[in-house]
Design a protein around this ligand. Structure first.
Ligand code: MSP
Length: 719
């Protein structure tokens, strides 16, 4: 029987925007699918990707954008699909979990597992993180927070249906023993095995409170748990599900990130065992990308969009730049600078330059006549003819590496061939030799053509868009084609335009103030352009936040009482900024519209009753400290031209020459945000009524608003 291959990526949460982490996974899968299409024929390979849509997150995100849920889902799913298309990915199907074919299959599987007696009703109380859509054990939390989302999970108690995962503990262990290659790489397998060995508990697979999703066939009030639903996409995309040739007769390979291997290697196989369906053949758990050493996240504003890279550098640069960065399976880091270096050295200066030089010289000195290919003299490997050299390199470079998921090694093999060819050119100085001894030069060109041939063949899988151009340059058997620039120069300044240099600010707090309960969380953020207008999505978001706010309770919050007491004790006529805003809100039903930046943090300020200090970094003199005043500091309050004298032993935020914010109530004039401001220092100020986590969450919300609604980026935490 002809071998068949079925490759899948995870289905992506539709409310997110595609970033290079997602692109990494999808490009890797695309590369494997391409390799196998070339080897066993396109009809024998299927590559599936798609979007995960039945989650509470999508309902919240639609509301946040003031959109009807299905309109929002269609728009977002289209965005994912076109992003992948524009990045040059060739998937055979794109599944959305809101489609009828998926709903039907999920209902059928659920019923089947229920009929088997593996789903039962019970009640559940636990800690649930909506970010991960997962329950956590107390012991898995870090300082009471979800280890991934750094936010406390919510307590959830509801009647649930449970899946008897515990029943599959032994069968799973046996399966792993019989199929040692089921989960690769080895390190991930060890993690999963020890997780299973530590004992599996039954898992809740329904939500009574969910508004959106797939109803249980036996109980309309409940919705299927989003992960139980999502995993089934791999079957629902196949007509006839598990009876389709791409399941029953194929090698089924799931490529997933390390964070979701547990779902794919414990829950999914157990579900399939229960339903009596063949298990996938292999799961590959790849590693994670950080950006400049930091986890990529919307709230940090460091998300790298693959489309930006593809537009600037081209799809093959995106593909090779990501896949050749580190071993598939390990973690690694991305930086625009390094990506650009890679582009210059490996692509433009390496492959591009090699092809260009060889073809230009053959056209110029040999009238475009291609000499016969030769086994390269500087190749020290196995002996044989030029053709054998090409076949052997192709085998070593592609087959060996891609059949064992070594994408990184495959690219490096390609780059080594380029280096060898360039070395041969330079050693023989063929551009001079051709003028002195044409016959000798023809031999060198023949050797170079052997390199170009194999590089082009490997590129059909690894640099698919460039391979076509390489083929044109190589022409036909006799004549070379026209020279082309395979990888044009990319101007560094264009790419780094967004990264306008910004001074950084050091922040310190007098320990005595910390003892009294004063604390601060601060960050720097860059805003491309401040606007007077509020955007529609921001207005929708503000309406939702303010709709959930109890204004009177907020005005009486302890954090405000403590602040008021400190102003009274210091005999300062101050008003906490959140109180000022809450009073306006109470009176007029709205918050003032100053500009999109001020409005963004004001919203977080009333939501958390936190006072934010917000300053134009360029106008700050040196570092910032929160300290006691001596009484001799300079201070001109916001909106005033006159200096005001402060008392000794008040507390204030100060830079090298003046008070930036008196207590937590009044900022100064000099560093205020104007329409020209680009770089901002924002700090959340807290007192003994709140803890550090509360302050952190408040600052996070302000930053998220600035990122989401003001295009803010390059966020850097400073304290
Ligand atoms: N919807 C689930 C998957 C359901 S599959 C039945 C989900 N979606 S996700 O959008 O959050 O993540 C999808 C994939 O992207 C995961 O494999 C995840 O590991 C991967 N990545 C997300 N961020 C990543 C990096 N920074 N680096 C590499 N891969 C990353 O989970």
């Amino acid at each position: 029987m002809i071998q068949k291959k079925y490759f899948t990526t995870p289905i992506y949460y539709v409310n997110d925007v595609p970033h290079i982490g997602h692109a990494y996974c999808t490009l890797a899968t695309d590369t494997l699918a391409r390799y196998w299409r070339n080897k066993i024929g396109p009809d024998n390979v299927k590559f599936l990707t798609g979007t995960d849509e039945n989650s509470q997150k999508t309902v919240d995100a639609a509301a946040k954008h003031g959109k009807e849920i299905y309109a929002y889902l269609d728009e977002m799913a289209e965005n994912w699909k076109t992003t992948w298309e524009q990045c040059g990915l060739q998937f055979d199907d794109f599944i959305r979990t809101t489609e009828g074919r998926h709903h039907d299959k999920v209902a059928e599987m659920f019923q089947r597992i229920y009929d088997k007696g593996d789903i039962y009703k019970g009640s559940y109380k636990g800690l649930y993180c909506t970010g991960c859509e997962t329950f956590y054990k107390e012991s898995e939390l870090v300082d009471g927070n979800c280890p991934d989302h750094k936010k406390p999970p919510m307590e959830l108690e509801e009647e649930n249906y449970f899946f008897r995962l515990s029943k599959y503990e032994k069968p799973l262990l046996e399966y792993y023993q019989k199929n040692p290659e089921f989960l690769v790489p080895e390190s991930r397998k060890n993690e999963i095995l020890s997780f299973i060995q530590s004992g599996l508990e039954d898992i809740s697979v329904s939500r009574e409170t969910a508004e959106f999703g797939i109803s249980l066939p036996m109980d309309e009030k409940h919705k299927v748990y989003v992960w139980f639903d999502a995993l089934i996409n791999y079957l629902s995309a196949l007509p006839d599900g598990e009876n389709n040739e791409f399941w029953k007769d194929a090698d089924v390979t799931h490529i997933v990130g390390k964070d979701i291997t547990r779902f794919h290697c414990v829950i999914w196989p157990a579900m399939l065992m229960s339903a009596g369906i063949k298990l996938p053949d292999q799961v590959f758990g790849h590693g994670y990308f950080t950006v400049d050493g930091t986890k990529m996240s919307k709230s940090l504003g460091n998300v790298v969009n693959p489309l930006d890279l593809s537009k600037k550098f081209g799809n093959d640069a995106l593909r090779s730049g990501l896949l050749s960065s580190f071993t598939f399976g390990s973690d690694g880091d991305f930086s625009v600078e390094r990506f650009h270096d890679f582009y210059d050295s490996r692509l433009a200066g390496g492959i591009g330059n090699l092809f260009n030089r060889v073809i230009v010289l053959i056209n110029k000195f040999l009238d475009g006549n291609k000499p016969e290919i030769q086994r390269p003299r500087n190749y020290t490997g196995r002996s044989g003819s030029a053709e054998e050299f090409v076949d052997f390199q192709l085998h070593e470079g592609l087959f060996v590496n891609l059949e064992s998921y070594q994408l990184y090694s495959a690219y490096n093999h390609l780059f080594e061939l380029v280096d060898k060819a360039n070395e041969l050119m330079n050693e023989t100085e063929v551009w001079k030799l051709v003028k002195e001894d044409e016959e000798k030069a023809k031999i060198v060109f023949g050797e170079l053509l052997a390199y170009l041939e194999v590089i082009m063949l490997i590129s059909c899988t690894l640099l698919p868009e460039t391979a076509g151009k390489m083929q044109q340059m190589l022409g036909d058997e006799k004549k070379a084609g026209k020279a082309q620039i395979l990888f044009p120069q990319v101007d560094r300044t264009v790419v780094e335009e967004k990264e306008t240099p910004r001074s950084t600010v050091k922040f310190t707090v007098n320990p005595k103030l910390i003892e009294q309960g004063y604390q601060v969380k601060a960050a720097l953020i860059t805003i491309p352009k401040i606007s007077k207008k509020q955007s529609k999505p921001f207005r929708a978001h503000a309406t939702e936040v303010l709709g959930n706010l109890d204004i009177d309770a907020a005005l009486n919050a302890e954090i405000i009482q403590v602040a008021n007491k400190s102003y009274a004790d210091a005999e300062v006529d101050g008003k906490h900024p959140a109180v000022h805003l809450l009073e306006i809100l109470k009176k007029s039903g709205k918050l003032p519209n100053i500009n999109n930046v001020v409005d963004a943090y004001n919203l977080a300020s009333v939501d958390y009753q936190i006072s934010f200090g917000v300053h134009d970094i360029e106008k700050i003199d040196g570092d910032v400290k929160l300290d006691f005043t001596t009484g001799s500091e300079d201070y001109t309050p916001l909106g005033s031209k006159e200096k005001v004298k402060v008392n000794k032993d008040e507390y204030a935020f100060m830079d090298g020459s003046q008070i930036l914010c008196r207590m937590d109530c009044k900022q100064c004039e000099k560093t205020k945000i104007t329409m020209q401001t680009k770089h901002i220092l924002i700090y959340a100020q807290g007192n003994s009524a709140v803890d550090a986590l509360y302050l952190e969450n408040g600052l996070d919300e302000a930053i998220e608003n600035l990122v989401e609604y003001c295009g803010g980026g390059h966020v850097e935490r400073v304290i």
